[in-house]
Design a protein. Structure first.
Length: 90
């Protein structure tokens, strides 16, 4: 008995789904037909382009001054006999 009720319920749901699909397809065709009667051209906003140099400057008022002055001294007393590196070497 439960199987028969289950089959009837599934059949009813399938029939309702088919009816809904047919209804929405029919109503969609009418809406598309109404849109076809209008002009396919639509007005849009347009702006003209001008060539020019790309400039991005920022001017800030103020003065650059270091926070402190530092004297550089050797850590140990002595002198350098030979230098085995050049400027920029690791």
């Amino acid at each position: 008995m439960k199987r028969k009720l289950k089959h009837i319920t599934l059949s009813g749901v399938a029939i309702v789904a088919i009816c809904l699909v047919i209804f929405f397809r029919a109503s969609g065709k009418k809406a598309k037909a109404d849109q076809g009667e209008e002009s396919p051209l639509r007005p849009v906003a347009v702006s003209l382009i001008k060539r020019g140099p790309l400039v991005n400057t920022l001017t800030l008022s103020g003065a650059f001054r270091p926070y402190q002055e530092v004297d550089v001294h050797a850590k140990v007393a002595g002198y350098i006999r030979k230098i085995y590196v050049d400027v920029g070497d690791y």
